[in-house]
Write a protein that binds this ligand. Structure first.
Ligand SMILES: NC(=O)c1ccc[n+]([C@@H]2O[C@H](COP(=O)([O-])OP(=O)(O)OC[C@H]3O[C@@H](n4cnc5c(N)ncnc54)[C@H](O)[C@@H]3O)[C@@H](O)[C@H]2O)c1
Length: 463
């Protein structure tokens, strides 16, 4: 059966009630509702537009500009980048009126810019965010919020001091499947949370950050000295510039880059603010192209009990050499089932833990003598009755799929613009951003130190 037909089949079956699949598994599929366009019925004049400048116009900067441009009343007003080709590209995509520049400080001086979007390499986030807030600009800043742990609190303080809106750009905070998983978790769908199993694996050269390097890359077309910023000085190196993620000087490794999405999702779903113990390990196993970042990182995290959740453990993984084909999931495993955020939706499987006393199968019962087996049976039935096998509830599975055409990134942007226009609460402020990025960086720090680290997620500091 094709994927499309299977979808229709399951949908049809779910309309008529639950469908029996395989051994006693009851399954159904529902579709999550497309969020409303908050600005659908509002008209904006040229004077009423929110004008945004984009600092860093590479892969994610372009994605941000595309998503922002889908929100009514937003104007892509300016673009700043250190590779000239990307400035040309921004005008090609968004029109010749987009003001372009290499130096972001020029953009911060523009009186008619309301907000800036920072999509530079990680090592520039803190500097640009703080300067932008000082200049009175609201900020949308990409994840991971910071490059080094100690930068985080300075960003939280800058946001507070400015009184301006800052949104961090991990769109899983907004995404329908994360929110549905949170609703399911809070409704008690899986009983008590025991463990979260989560991964973000890849299996290709692009996936392993060997991004294309333009043939015209040169010291003339690239602002190399500006790119270096607070990183150690070195001569022009186009590989480092276009594949900066592979180097600790500018990026945060696979943990900083990708664990952060997993922490973001699990913090939204459970209401947790962070682990108390962080253990990271891993290494560079395959992509030995000169990079110093690992291509495999594993994290083990302990979360203490809080008002929102019991104590639980997390196992987290990024593997860039995933022979099984890559993929990402966040699975919350509880006493009565599993919530799995994966692929195009969220699935809840209820398979209650079997606590009823039983005997037989892989059990010591078969090792008893025949006489003892008979005596045991008599004793068991007198004590527990003989219908114990029928008390066990059959497992059931319900999938909540994303609606056709849903775009979490555009949704995240809509939230940001709504906060700017109507004063709505920011869904992902710097405190949230710090709490997702810190354990990601902590996993790298633990890997380097070769020992677990203790983190205070409330005070947001290493112990
Ligand atoms: N939210 C997500 O799902 C998501 C996805 C991808 C990337 N990101 C984040 O977005 C950021 C950018 O990643 P990318 O893949 O777009 O990288 P990229 O290399 O494609 O683009 C980065 C751009 O930033 C520019 N830049 C660097 N320093 C600058 C400075 N001081 N002033 C002006 N421009 C500067 C570079 O010239 C480059 O064009 C990273 O922090 C990354 O973690 C987020």
């Amino acid at each position: 059966m094709s994927k499309e037909n299977r979808r229709k089949f399951i949908k049809k079956a779910s309309l008529g009630g639950l469908l029996l699949l395989g051994t006693n598994l009851k399954a159904g599929e529902n579709f999550l509702e497309m969020p409303e366009n908050a600005f659908a019925n509002r008209k904006f004049t040229a004077n009423d537009k929110i004008r945004i400048g984009f600092i860093g116009c590479g892969i994610q900067g372009l994605a941000n500009a595309n998503s922002a441009s889908k929100v009514s009343g937003v104007e892509i007003a300016a673009a700043c980048d250190l590779y000239d080709g990307r400035l040309t590209m921004m005008q090609e995509k968004f029109g010749k009126d987009v003001k372009t520049m290499r130096d972001y400080r020029q953009m911060l001086e523009m009186k008619d810019i309301d907000a800036v979007c920072i999509s530079t390499s990680d090592h520039w986030h803190d500097h640009i965010m703080k300067e932008a807030l000082k200049a009175g600009k609201a900020v949308y800043c990409e994840k991971p919020m910071m490059h080094h742990l100690d930068e985080g609190m300075t960003m939280v303080e800058a946001e507070k001091k400015s009184g301006l809106k800052v949104q961090v750009g991990s769109q899983r905070v907004t995404s329908l499947e994360t929110l549905k998983a949170a609703e399911l978790y809070k409704s008690g769908a899986i009983g008590d949370l025991i463990l979260i199993d989560t991964r973000n694996d890849r299996n290709s050269s692009n996936g392993a950050w060997q991004y294309s390097i333009p043939t015209d890359a040169s010291p003339e077309t690239v602002g190399w000295d500006a790119f270096i910023g607070d990183a150690p000085k070195r001569p022009f190196d186009k590989t480092r510039f276009f594949r900066w993620r592979n180097y600790d000087d500018y990026g945060t490794g696979v943990a900083g880059d990708l664990f952060v999405h997993l922490f973001t999702a699990l913090h939204v779903i459970t209401g947790a603010v962070g682990p108390s113990k962080i253990y990271g390990t891993g290494g560079l196993r395959f992509w030995k192209d000169g990079r110093d970042a690992p291509d495999v990182t594993l994290g083990l995290l302990d979360y203490d009990k809080s008002a929102n959740h019991p104590a639980f453990n997390v196992q987290m993984r990024v593997n860039f050499v995933d022979g099984s084909g890559g993929g990402s999931h966040v699975r919350l495993i509880g006493t009565e089932g599993v919530i799995s955020v994966e692929g195009d939706g969220v699935t809840v499987i209820n398979r209650p833990v079997r606590t009823e006393p039983t005997y037989g199968g892989w059990d010591s019962f078969g090792t008893f003598s025949e006489k003892q087996q008979q005596d045991f049976k008599k004793w068991f039935e007198a004590t527990h009755g003989n219908d114990f096998r029928y008390k066990i509830k059959s497992p059931q599975e319900i999938k909540y799929s994303l609606p056709e055409g849903y775009n979490a990134h555009a949704h995240h942007w809509q939230n940001f613009i709504k906060a700017l226009r109507d004063g709505d609460k920011i869904v992902e402020d710097t405190t949230f951003g710090l709490r997702a990025a810190a354990p990601s960086l902590g996993a790298n720090m633990s890997m380097k130190a070769g020992k677990p680290l203790l983190w205070d997620p409330v005070a947001m500091k290493m112990m």
